[in-house]
Design a protein around this ligand. Structure first.
Ligand code: PLP
Length: 423
């Protein structure tokens, strides 16, 4: 595809004109610097606010004001059933049945809840395998869960690292590691898209390899959901968790999500930390002893739904549903491909920087991570001052995420012009 790109404003505008999703940008507030819209490439940290979010949240404020407690049943979207309204679209985004997904809590809380159910170490099978350099919160969750079971994290957590001189993991190395620890592996948890490098792991092959050695396989999809195509059900993933403040644009601290494969629904050998919202709906208010879970992912809910967060979540999911993840992914591949093309034009011999994200579109989402060889922090600060919103990761990586819902080809071009001047 790259050979068809051109490094001109005219060409970038041509791509925007041909983009069937270009109108979606107007559905979002774009932050400004000195009165001008910034080039917002930080959607991998915090997605932008949809203009309709306020309407959705106001609806709940109004219903609360007008109905008080009756809002549980009589609100425009009754609060008692609020978690159900996001199921269809979450299912589409996760490649799952609606019954397999639920919006609840925060990502790390959900990871803990999933590990309570799916990490049940025995004397022989007790290890957790993950990618080296997993997001800190996941590392803390693994460490604390391991200690909770009275085990030693150093002997229990297996981290797969890239080879010397490489930034990303080879799937064959992941599979070899799974096979090597086979009989001792209780659980495998990988990022869907790695937060630092932007590598999109091979969900199916990792899951198959894990199942072959009889381990449970879960994913942290913080950087994957709403960014790449997922097929959690067909790939037989056991569980997954995600947050909604990145590509789902649900706002800071937005309500997170979880997936549990339906093959686990009828298992009564599974443990979970229960609460009333996971109890069978018809009996929830009978206040009787004896927890009976709702069949499906809903049965892992603990508390009642935070309605304002859930409303903001729904506002954005509606837009994602209209745009469709397939069309978004198609544009995303082109948009990120264009960014990559322009970056390579700037520094073809990688004297100043190199892109550490995989080259193949099927091995990455929208994010490109750039390793700056010198003056990293200065370049980052300069980009920020010039109206580019991006992020910095120690020791010298900047991450750029052109998001197909609201970023344009023209922005990618303008970014490359600014970057060229600075580098
Ligand atoms: C990969 C990954 N996992 C976990 C988290 C933390 O999640 P939370 O604070 O929502 O629990 C983040 C936050 O950015 C993340 O990127």
């Amino acid at each position: 595809m790259n050979h068809t790109f051109e490094s001109t404003l005219r060409f970038a505008r041509k791509l925007d004109q041909a983009d069937s999703l270009s109108s979606y940008r107007s559905k979002f507030f774009i932050p400004k610097l000195d009165g001008r819209p910034v080039i917002y490439f930080s959607g991998n940290s915090l997605g932008l606010q949809p203009k309709q979010t306020r309407t959705f949240v106001n609806q709940e404020l109004d219903d609360w004001a007008n109905l008080g407690v009756e809002g549980h049943e009589q609100a425009h979207r009754p609060w008692l059933y609020y978690h159900k309204f996001s199921k269809k679209i979450l299912g589409q985004l996760a490649g799952a049945k609606p019954s397999e997904v639920v919006a609840m809590n925060q990502l790390t809380v959900n990871l803990h809840l999933m590990m309570v159910t799916f990490y049940r170490p025995t004397d022989r099978r007790y290890k957790i395998l993950t990618e080296a350099g997993a997001f800190s919160s996941d590392q803390y969750a693994f460490e604390s869960q391991i200690k909770f079971h009275g085990l030693n994290p150093e002997k229990t957590l297996v981290e797969v690292s890239p080879r010397d001189g490489e930034f990303t993991l080879r799937t064959s190395d992941i599979i070899n590691a799974i096979e090597e620890h086979g009989n001792e592996l209780a659980l495998i948890v990988f990022g869907g898209v790695q937060y630092y490098t932007g590598q999109f792991f091979d969900v199916k092959r990792i899951t198959d390899a894990g199942h072959k050695v009889r381990a449970i396989v879960g994913f942290d999809l913080a950087h994957a959901i709403g960014n790449v195509d997922l097929h959690l059900h067909n790939d037989n993933v056991d569980f997954a968790v995600w947050c909604s403040y990145k590509y789902l644009n649900a706002g800071p601290g937005g309500i997170a999500g979880a997936f549990i494969h339906e093959s686990h629904f009828d298992r009564d050998d599974l443990q979970r930390f229960a609460g009333w919202w996971g109890h069978q709906e018809k009996e929830r208010f009978e206040m009787r002893k004896g927890f009976k879970p709702i069949a499906g992912a809903d049965g892992w809910q603990v508390s009642n739904v935070p309605i304002f967060q859930a409303a903001a979540h729904l506002a954005s999911l509606e837009i994602l549903q209209q745009a469709g993840i397939k069309a978004l992914r198609k544009k995303s591949i082109l948009l990120t491909g264009y960014l990559e093309y322009l970056l390579k034009e700037i520094d073809p011999f990688e004297n100043s920087f190199s892109i550490i994200t995989p080259v193949k579109a099927q091995e990455r989402g929208c994010q490109l991570s750039i390793f700056l060889k010198k003056n990293g922090k200065r370049i980052f600060n300069s980009l920020s001052k010039n109206g580019v919103s991006l992020d910095w990761r120690e020791p010298n990586v900047i991450r750029l995420a052109p998001v197909p819902l609201y970023n344009s080809f023209e922005e990618v071009f303008r970014f490359a012009e600014i970057f060229k001047q600075i580098v």
